[in-house]
Design a protein around this ligand. Structure first.
Ligand SMILES: C[S@@+](CC[C@H](N)C(=O)[O-])C[C@H]1O[C@@H](n2cnc3c(N)ncnc32)[C@H](O)[C@@H]1O
Length: 494
């Protein structure tokens, strides 16, 4: 690996040019920025003709337009030769062009710069990636970043780091971050990004899956693995194809991660999984879980095989190619032979149980609805709810507990105008997963009264009395409802 001693100078130049996310968006304008996100550069090029360092850097790295040697020198003083030698830039007669992408990234209150391979397919150019292409920040990268729990931890692992975006996020709240990949170019780029963003906690290691961390445990593992479900034949794009058939890559990670988690540690995986003909999706995933971990799996989307194949062939720039129908047919036949009815996409969250173990809690949700991002606090809160319920194992303990309604829960009533009683009451969360559940009068009254003053048992007795119900039967009937309300984040500890 080359010496990255040019990184501080590059950082200084980017800082001096105010090459920040907000400044670039302001420069391109809303329409120019939106056009670039659709891979169109013309509106942006029209707004970056002034020759300032900010305009030069934006033209070079985001719009992939060559700039004059003089403009490049002004924006990157004393660095052009070196950046050419390192493969970030290339010089031709009097002009300089980018060989890698370099862009500001607004990660919450953590402004970062990210180097990656150039975005393919600008302005309709063919988007054929090299097999060792190092992806920049994709929508999958941001999904995982929003999912990852940001509590302070000791050791974190970014498995399949690519350009290192997850590792950089992790470095914001972990003392040590190990970033692994099989792609050497990815590791070089991650090392550069670590230096550029002054993140010395990141250590890169080459190797497949958990090989580079043999025998080590982590408090947090975040991974956006190469999860595309394909026949594992022919050309392989390492950033999305694991080389393992079907969804074995995800299965392997789910089965292996528990051994690499410290007690209480989380492994958060963005994944695709096979929905096999005749098998409920959650049944197959359950078979991968072991009883050392609690698991919260959320299926966000389901694609039929044809839609799935189209998505990934288009992603690889194959749509319209001569061999597109043949590739489509081969992939589809393979999925059919494998008994794949559909493909699920979503989040797998594993948490290693602390202490002596006990029975793990496993939850599967199909949740295609809009959620509040970052969704990470909701995943962490689910873990807290599991702990709370574990601490209240008997009905007596639950009835003696004092719970509070979460502040974002609202009550909606549905019914014809003017009716004395609503036809239905819905409790709806305004935050996180934004869950909603129908509640009867007792449940609604119970939730409304949970302010931490009275115990659950006292509240149920009072509500039963008010509604002329039998107190003992009400307690028995509603303890499981209370458990659900805690597990789903409507009620919690004070
Ligand atoms: C979808 S990219 C994710 C990149 C980045 N972590 C992100 O969130 O954007 C998957 C990464 O896994 C890497 N990879 C592929 N096969 C691997 C393996 N067997 N072990 C570790 N990493 C692998 C690829 O090189 C690629 O960088």
């Amino acid at each position: 690996m080359s010496n990255l001693d040019f990184a501080p100078g590059l950082r200084a130049a980017l800082t001096a040019a105010d090459f920040t996310y907000d400044a670039v968006v302001a420069l391109l304008g809303e329409a120019g920025h939106a056009a670039l996100s659709r891979n169109e550069t013309t509106p942006g090029l029209r707004r970056t003709t002034g020759g300032s360092p900010l305009e030069t850097l934006t033209r070079l790295f985001l719009l992939q337009a060559p700039v004059s040697q003089a403009a490049a020198e002004a924006a990157l003083p004393g660095l052009v030769e070196r950046l050419c030698a390192e493969g970030l830039l290339v010089q031709s007669v009097g002009e300089v062009a980018a060989r890698l992408d370099l862009r500001p990234y607004a990660a919450g209150d953590q402004p970062l710069w990210i180097v990656s391979d150039l975005t393919p397919g600008l302005d309709g150019a063919p988007n054929r990636d090299g097999t060792d292409h190092v992806l920049g920040i994709s929508s999958a990268s941001t999904s995982l970043a929003q999912l990852t729990i940001r509590r302070p931890v000791g050791r974190a692992l970014d498995l399949g780091t690519g350009c290192g975006v997850q590792a950089l996020h992790l470095a914001g709240h972990a003392r040590q971050v190990v970033a692994t990949d099989v792609n050497r170019r990815a590791l070089w780029i991650t090392s550069l990004n670590a230096q550029l963003n002054e993140a010395p906690a990141i250590e890169v290691r080459e190797g497949s899956f958990f090989d580079p961390v043999h025998g080590e445990a982590f408090d947090l593992i975040a991974t956006n693995p190469p999860f595309v479900i394909s026949p594992a034949t022919g050309e392989r794009l390492v950033y999305r194809d694991s080389g393992l058939p079907g969804d074995r890559v995800v299965e392997h990670i789910v089965r292996t991660a528990p051994a690499h988690l410290a007690p209480g540690g989380w492994c958060q995986i963005l994944a695709n999984w096979v929905i096999a003909r005749g098998t409920p999706w959650d049944e197959r995933l359950t078979s991968w879980l072991d009883d050392s971990c609690d698991a919260f799996v959320v299926q966000r989307e389901v694609l039929d095989p044809a839609a799935y194949v189209e998505l990934w062939l288009k992603d690889a720039g194959r749509h319209g190619a001569d061999d597109y129908p043949r590739r489509y047919d081969t992939w589809l036949s393979w999925l059919d032979e494998q008994g794949v009815e559909a493909v699920g996409f979503g989040w797998i969250n594993l948490r290693r149980r602390a202490g002596s173990g006990g029975t793990p809690t496993v939850r599967f949700d199909e949740w295609p609805y809009d959620v509040e991002h970052p969704v990470a606090p909701t995943i962490a809160a689910w873990g807290d709810a599991v702990d709370l319920l574990d601490a209240l194992p008997t009905n007596e303990a639950l009835l003696a507990s004092r719970l509070v309604v979460r502040p974002d829960v609202q009550q909606e009533t549905v019914g014809v105008p003017g009716a004395a009683d609503p036809e239905a009451v819905v409790l709806r969360q305004q935050r996180g997963l934004r869950r909603a559940r129908k509640a009867d009068t007792i449940e609604a009254a119970l939730v409304g009264t949970c302010d931490g003053e009275l115990t659950v048992g006292q509240i149920l007795d009072a509500v039963a009395q008010l509604l002329d119900a039998e107190p003992a039967a009400t307690r028995t009937a509603y303890t499981s409802v209370v458990r659900e309300l805690v597990a789903e984040g409507f009620l919690g500890a004070e």
